[in-house]
Design a protein around this ligand. Sequence first.
Ligand SMILES: [Zn+2]
Length: 311
Amino acid sequence: MSTLYITHDAFLNHDTGEWHPERPARLRAIGQALSDEKFQNLRRAEAPRAAREQILRAHPGRYFDFLERSQPKDGLVVLDGGDTVISPGTWEAALRSAGAGIQAVDEVMQGLAANAFCAVRPPGHHAEAQRACGFCLFNNVAIAAFHAQAAHGAARVAAVDFDVHHGNGTQAIFWPHASLLYASTHQMPLFPGTGSIAERGGSGNIVNVPLKAGNGSAEFREAYESVILPAVRRHAPGLIIVSAGFDAHRSDPLASINLAEEDYAWVTRKLIDVARECCGGRLVSMLEGGYDLTALSRSVAVHVQALLEAF
Ligand SMILES: [Zn+2]
């Protein structure tokens, strides 16, 4: 058993423009960090394209078709009032970004890998069923969760989101599904504005723990110990999917939470412990945000190191 690391060079062709924080250099920095000799035991795979019908478990066909039609032959097209940019390479990247989660779920649910990390872009947790938002086109985590249920019979799935921004898209898609838990820590107030404690889902299946600007390790760990991890245990999922954004790091330019790399190692180990209790350690982690290249690559390194040490 091994940790699977899924990525693809097509993600580098998703061009968001010179000024954009969600840029190809993020994946180059991660690739460089994971090329270190201590990661030689990672099993590496290229992300396949998700099939239309796999994506349509989380998005309507007309939205899929709209995005496909929106791809420019050259230049950039801006969706979502400026945040979400698409280029000639974006469609391929978006299909493979969703496909990475599909592949990771297939291998982890079949016991071919112990767990998996998907270094993908565009990210997914702001994408709603019918709306691109916050650098996200398809909701990679929701597509992966529905795939675990439809293709592998997982009765319940939990998505845990430690990106500093609230995953409004995952929350909205999961809301009516009692079998899907969405649990998030995030800074509030901050983009996208959702994520209050009062947002609890159709059946208590949404768990939000907002943090305040200036909070750090102590508040983050308390949120996991007292709320998030117990909620995941109660849900008793057959798979845990992590929306792994690293922009709550103290060096990140887009937010004001003061985590350090050790906090990402800590939360990863805690989630692995719960995955062991609930579902034989089955955990799939998908990259979301993280915009300081040094903080991002170091944080991903300790996250993946913890995944490797899980078995
Ligand atoms: Zn974020």
